[in-house]
Design a protein around this ligand. Sequence first.
Ligand SMILES: [Zn+2]
Length: 467
Amino acid sequence: MLHPDRLFPSDPTQRAIARRLYSEVSALPIVSPHGHTDPSWFAKDEAFPDPAALFVKPDHYAFRMLYSQGISMESLGVPRKDGGPVETDSRKIWRLLAANWHLFRGTPTRMWLDHAFETVFGVTERLSAESADRIYDQIEACLRTPEYRPRALFERFNIEVLATTESPLDPLEHHKAIRASGWKGRVVTAFRPDPVVDPEFEGFQANVEQLGAITGENTLGWTGYLAALANRRRTFKEVGGATSTDHGHPTALTADLSRAEAEALFDKALRGTITAAEAELFRGQMLTEMAKMSLEDGLVMQIHPGSFRNHNPVVFDRFGRDKGADIPSQTEYVRALKPLLDRFGNEAKLTIILFTLDETSYSRELAPLAGHYPALRLGPSWWFHDSPEGMRRFREMVTETAGFYNTVGFNDDTRAFCSIPARHDVARRIDVAFLARLVAEHRLDEDEAAELAVDLAYRLAKNAYKL
Ligand SMILES: [Zn+2]
């Protein structure tokens, strides 16, 4: 299924260069500095139950496409919040995926899954209604063997380091267990404070109280609240090996308010009387507070703005968050980031990595910002744009203004464990294809392109995230 020249340029000169560059990076270890795999997999090292549990139920890329064509989430085994009945027969769920495999033509999901089927499970035929049961049996048989346990796969995938993402309220028990187990695989956490810094997050008030209980700080006051956040950041670093924070706000707005103004917003947030505009301002203030803490504790800051979360209330009420109903919206950075940059933009010791779901901002706003401010770096193409065309557009739109060294390599940002090698392989292939064009057009020497290929595939992520 996998052609050795896939994603390389079709022009023979460029293709030959791309092949040579790819040979420099194809076997490099994977650095995965941002993602959402479940740390309990590596703590417990239990076998993945079956193909549907591995490939369908946790992957919103898979079920959002099926759902868009009228296939119910229940029939795909996605658990309901009210515990209502959903399909539990994994083979039936698998057959449903297989019968609708054509829906994924031309999508990165198809590339990732084909890559995993072939390279991880040795499947050599295309998934279809006809082949569904044979492929199911083959994958299920693999999953019953020790070579397919999470830790063995982690080693086989040649992952040097993998970051998960946890809420400040997470006790980090799985990360502690991984460290205590003596296993040498490196899994670290990342600090994602949205549940306690976003007044519109479900259960905000209770979350802030819980933050107080965990840290022994009085989080009902501004000083104690900030101290509790600093405390959890420290624990995330020391206990979970965190090197970064992650912030998933609806916009990139930042603010630099007086203490009195910030306190007043915080009080309203706790009392539940905060307006939508004030909640937005409070989130903006918290980004600036987080940047200040990053300057002190060295955690690299990631801002992932611009997703309208839980756009579909029916799906949210029935199934909860992260069910493929998050939709990108237009995102402005130049004015939004100014308060934060006025305070901290010139700090070379601070690293703030910016992401976008709004590609129009790349050449207009993000590349010029990252190509100037020492504190800023540009994250790779993200989520809907973590795709061959999205990565190509990213390089084309940002390189001439920001260069390569204001970017930070690749993030797989995935919940789907078996897609990690596939996603990194796609990124490496697209990057060498881009470099091959520059070499063929005599804009770059091939030895420089070879060094860059390694930087983009490996070194930049390691350096930017301090891994
Ligand atoms: Zn993420």
